[in-house]
Design a protein. Structure first.
Length: 139
């Protein structure tokens, strides 16, 4: 069973992409112009331990300045986030303009692969390794 059915895949990914762009825009403006506080992690504020995604916003900011190595060092999830923010909106527009369903089909394939025990264990392991990396960096 597909988690997000039919056209909702496009709506969901479209809304998430817009939210991602708004978040990155807000953080860039808040750092460079207004002096507003930087985004913070609620999980880290409560537990004093960084979450697996801690630093992703800073990693995306580093990528936007062209510093790929710094970005990956801060948090590899930032590179993945940037790739998704670049690819997904273009894919949505491509499918919409040409009447295709490529994103929907790819989503179904990824979802079916994640139901396989070996794949989901590998994904969870990578997430845990990233989390350990985030914890190690602050020690």
């Amino acid at each position: 069973m597909i988690f997000v059915k039919g056209k909702r895949v496009y709506t969901t990914f479209g809304v998430l992409s817009i939210a991602g762009y708004l978040w990155i825009g807000y953080t860039l403006i808040s750092v460079n112009f207004t002096g507003l506080p930087q985004p913070f992690c609620v999980f880290k504020a409560v537990t004093a331990v960084p979450c697996p995604t801690c630093g992703s916003t800073h990693a995306v900011q580093a990528l936007l300045t062209g510093d790929v190595l710094k970005s990956v060092f801060i948090n590899p999830f930032g590179l993945l986030s940037t790739l998704f923010l670049l690819i997904i909106p273009l894919w949505i527009m491509y499918d919409f303009l040409l009447g295709k369903s490529g994103l929907y089909d790819a989503y179904g394939i990824v979802e079916s692969q994640l139901k396989k025990r070996k794949i989901i264990i590998m994904v969870i392991a990578l997430g845990c390794l990233n989390w350990l990396w985030n914890i190690y960096k602050i020690v």
